[in-house]
Design a binder for this molecule. Structure first.
Ligand SMILES: C[S@@+](CC[C@H](N)C(=O)[O-])C[C@H]1O[C@@H](n2cnc3c(N)ncnc32)[C@H](O)[C@@H]1O
Length: 257
C-alpha cells in the first residue's frame, strides 16, 4: 500500500468529531470537498473503503465513460485499502467484476433488497442494489462480529466447528416517506445505516479506519461511530458535506449528551 495522506494535501480539516463510549474515542474527519480521485490519491492506508457513486442514471446524470471512470476509482481505492466495497445497480457492477485489480479478489456479491421503491416506469419495479466486496489477497474477514454473545463465548472456547456468516442479501427498506424518518437527512440517495454497518463489521475491528470519498449524507461516518471505528469522509458537493457535518455533530451530541 502506498498511501500518503498529509496535512499539506488537505490543509483544512473542518470537522473533527469525537465521541466517547466505553472509554473508546472514535473520530470522524470530514475533509473539504474534493473529487473522489483526488481524495484517494492523497489518502493514507485504511482498512476499508466504501465507494457509493451516482448510478449513471437519474440523479447525478450520465457520463459516457462511466465504466472506465469507475474502474479507475476502484483501482485507486485498492492501492490504499485492504477491503473495498462498491455499490451500484447490478448491470453496472457486472462490468467491474471483470476488471478487479491484480492482488484483489471478489469476496462476495452482496444484494440489498428493498420492497418499498415506488414504481416510476411501466414494467419491472426496482427492488435491489448490489455491492461488490473486494479484498486484498490474505485480508481478514470477521464473521464472528455477527455472533450473539452466547455464540461468541462458544466460538472463543473453540466449541464452534464453523462461524455462521451473515447472508449475502441485506434486506432493509429505502428510507423514504415515513420509513426511516429519524435517519433521513434530505440527501436524495442516502443509504440506511443497516446496509452499511454489516460491511464495516465484516471487514474491520474497533479502532480501524474506514474511508468514504463519496460520502453523501455521511452514513458511513455515523455507522463507524456506532461501531467504534474511525472514518474519513469526503464528497465533491459542499452542500452534502454540510449535511454530513450536521449529522455527525448530531450523533456526537446524542451520545455525549
Ligand atoms: C449515492 S450518493 C452516496 C450516498 C451515501 N452513501 C449516503 O448514504 O448518504 C453518491 C454521492 O457521490 C458524490 N459524488 C459523485 N461523484 C463524485 C466525485 N467525482 N467525487 C466525489 N464525490 C462524488 C455525490 O455528490 C453523492 O453525494
Amino acid at each position: 500500500m502506498n498511501g500518503h495522506y498529509t496535512q499539506a494535501t488537505f490543509p483544512e480539516l473542518d470537522v473533527y468529531a469525537e465521541t466517547e463510549r466505553s472509554k473508546q474515542r472514535t473520530k470522524v474527519k470530514v475533509l473539504p470537498s474534493a473529487d473522489v480521485l483526488d481524495t484517494l490519491a492523497g489518502a493514507s492506508a485504511v482498512k476499508a473503503t466504501i465507494l457509493d457513486p451516482w448510478y449513471n442514471k437519474g440523479i447525478g446524470g450520465e457520463r459516457a465513460d462511466y465504466n472506465d471512470w469507475l474502474a479507475a476509482v476502484i483501482r485507486s481505492a485498492c492501492r490504499i485499502s485492504e477491503h473495498v466495497f462498491v455499490w451500484g445497480f447490478p448491470d453496472i457492477l457486472a462490468y467491474q467484476v471483470a476488471k478487479i485489480p491484480e492482488g484483489f479478489k471478489l469476496i462476495a456479491w452482496l444484494t440489498w433488497y428493498y420492497k418499498n421503491c415506488p414504481s416510476v416506469i411501466r414494467g419491472w419495479r426496482s427492488a435491489q442494489n448490489a455491492c461488490l466486496h473486494l479484498a486484498m489477497d490474505g485480508a481478514t474477514v470477521y464473521p464472528e462480529h455477527f455472533l450473539s454473545i452466547d455464540q461468541l463465548e462458544r466460538w472463543k472456547a473453540g466449541k464452534m466447528r464453523f462461524v455462521p456468516g451473515p447472508p449475502t442479501v441485506l434486506e432493509a427498506p429505502l428510507n423514504i416517506g415515513f420509513v426511516g424518518r429519524n435517519e433521513q437527512t434530505g440527501h436524495p440517495a442516502q443509504k440506511p445505516l443497516s446496509v452499511i454497518e454489516p460491511l464495516l463489521l465484516m471487514s474491520t475491528r474497533a479502532n480501524d479506519t474506514v474511508l468514504d470519498p463519496m460520502c453523501g449524507s455521511g452514513t458511513t461516518g455515523e455507522a463507524a461511530l456506532r461501531l467504534h471505528r474511525h472514518a474519513i469522509l469526503c464528497d465533491d458537493s459542499s452542500t452534502y458535506l454540510t449535511i454530513t457535518r450536521k449529522r455527525i455533530a448530531a450523533y456526537q451530541n446524542q451520545v455525549n449528551g
